[in-house]
Design a protein around this ligand. Structure first.
Ligand code: ADP
Length: 495
């Protein structure tokens, strides 16, 4: 465990944590209608970090009413796209000005190292708002040369009231990924943060109000998935639900959404293959393979959790990744030299430990790791498993922790089928200097993102999402915007 002294949190952060947090409905901060609250836990200690309002169906109803009103008749409905873009740009500026505060909130609530929240989570969220702010004025239809004496054109109109349910692995960034395209297109939103990590979204709500977002455009209802989340997914007056989380819950969302056939987009789990050929730059590939699984403690839906290594360099790469794993400084996220913090929750900690035990009992061998770390907080060792086979749970199922299975392969001909041999299809990595091989394999992989000689590269302009059971639709890029609009065809008789 890293032992450096923890960062002293900013006064703004301690004050934010000391005040019970409320729901944002119709531009006002209100207690849950039931009066209930729940605790947000610091995963580095297992202790209570903040008290948060526990919204449920009644609060979702109130939030949907506010969002509907704002969509149909509020100032938002009349606002020009340029003004919408300006407010979004202001949100980005405010967020950037409060980078350190958000980084600390994120680290305390989620556990991730402060060095990561500062340079990844917050700046990527800022960039996303700016990118989407630019799109607000560029959402265009087209003219269509149809047969006969008609003039036909399309309009892209906002889809309406949108429910957005987000996970705990990148709480602020996931809020940004969801809110950006919704606000750029002119939708109104009910955001349901994950119960494990509600804090940064609530603080973002304050900044959004400060930036001039009219009441009811963004409503934030914190609470549990089975109550608040389920009520939002099933609500008859919600036009679209956008969900990021587990594949299991994604299927529940689809069922719940069927009542009014609301539109659904899903960004779900993964078990992404990361493929290293023997003609790769082995040092870079090894470092890349370690980053692919250990970044954010493996709590990434696109984590490179199945590492395929061409047999001639198998031992070398496994040794390199294992050496990297040993050197990772595990400790509380608020320690500035920590490289890997705790897992987000006790539930997640038990799950990941359970997978490590299952792998070992099924015959896998841990070259490094395989155990929990310490007795306080939810820390586990970065783990590299070998001697696995494709039937093992650790190879098939998403672990969502810092656990990679390394497997040798013989040739480029067999690897695409092996890499695709899972129900998921979110991402994949390829490491080789042979560009022909890289591109032809990229074409064969059933994955929404393929990284070649890199991994975990994200950009607001690059679409992200899954094939197969990894999801429906895309986040980011212009693809995301399209999924927040309806296309209306208008046809005029001209003589
Ligand atoms: P994890 O298992 O990694 O915690 P989940 O998919 O359970 O991920 O959670 C992601 C988000 O989905 C969270 O905001 C959670 O509250 C919400 N959620 C969980 N269950 C449901 C449900 N039945 N209906 C709607 N939302 C849910």
């Amino acid at each position: 465990m890293a032992t450096a002294t923890p960062l002293q949190m900013q006064d703004a952060v301690s004050q934010f944590l000391a005040t019970p947090r409320k729901l944002l409905i119709d531009g006002r901060w209100v207690a849950a209608s039931s009066g209930k609250t729940f605790d947000s836990i610091d995963p580095a200690t297992g202790e209570v970090l903040a008290r948060v309002a526990e919204g449920d169906k009644a609060d979702i109803d109130a939030a949907v009413k506010a969002a509907r009103r704002a969509f149909e008749s509020g100032p938002w409905a009349k606002m020009s796209a340029s003004e919408r873009g300006r407010i979004m740009w202001k949100i980005a500026d405010l967020l950037e000005q409060h980078t350190e505060e958000f980084a600390e909130l994120e680290t305390l609530d989620n556990g991730k190292p402060i060095s990561v929240s500062r340079v990844a989570d917050v700046p990527l969220a800022v960039d996303l708002f700016r990118y989407m702010a630019g799109w607000a004025t560029k959402i265009e239809g087209s003219t269509i040369p149809i047969s006969g004496p008609f003039f036909a054109y399309t309009r892209r109109e906002p889809i309406g009231v949108v429910g957005q349910i987000i996970p705990w692995n990148f709480p602020l960034l996931m809020a940004a990924w969801k809110l950006g395209p919704a606000l750029a297109t002119g939708c109104t939103v009910i955001l349901k943060p994950a119960e494990q990590t509600p804090l940064s979204a609530l603080r973002l709500g304050e900044l959004a109000m400060e930036a001039g977002l009219p009441p009811g455009v963004l409503n934030i209802v914190t609470g549990f998935g089975e109550t608040a989340g389920a009520a939002l997914a099933a609500h008859p007056d919600v036009d679209k639900i956008a969900f990021t989380g587990s594949t299991e819950v994604g299927k529940l969302i689809v069922h719940a959404a069927a009542g009014n056939l609301k539109k659904v987009t899903l960004e779900l789990g993964g078990k992404s293959p990361n493929i290293v050929f023997d003609d790769a730059d082995v040092n870079k590939a090894t470092a890349g393979a370690a980053n692919a699984i250990f970044f954010n403690h493996g709590q990434c839906c696109c984590a490179g959790s199945r590492l395929f290594i061409e047999d001639k360099i198998f031992d070398k790469v496994v040794e390199g990744v294992s050496e990297s794993a040993k050197k990772i400084r595990v400790g509380p996220g608020m320690n500035t030299d920590t490289q890997m913090g705790p897992l987000v929750s006790e539930e997640q900690f038990r799950r990941v430990c359970g997978y490590m035990e299952a792998g070992l009992s099924e015959g896998a061998k841990a070259v490094v790791g395989g155990k929990k770390v310490g007795n306080r907080g939810y820390f586990v060792e970065p783990t590299v498993l070998v001697n696995t086979n494709p039937k093992m749970k650790v190879v098939q199922e998403e672990i969502f922790g810092p656990v990679v299975t390394a497997m040798p392969f013989k040739s480029v001909d067999e690897i695409a089928a092996e890499a695709n041999n899972t129900s998921y299809g979110l991402a994949a990595g390829i490491w080789t200097k042979d560009i022909g091989k890289a591109h032809s394999l990229a074409n064969k992989l059933k994955a929404g993102t393929v990284w070649i000689n890199c991994y975990n590269v994200f950009d607001a302009a690059m679409p992200f999402g899954g094939y197969k059971q990894s999801g429906w639709g895309r986040e980011m890029g212009k693809e995301a915007l399209e999924l927040y609009t309806e296309t209306k065809a208008v046809c005029v008789k001209i003589n």
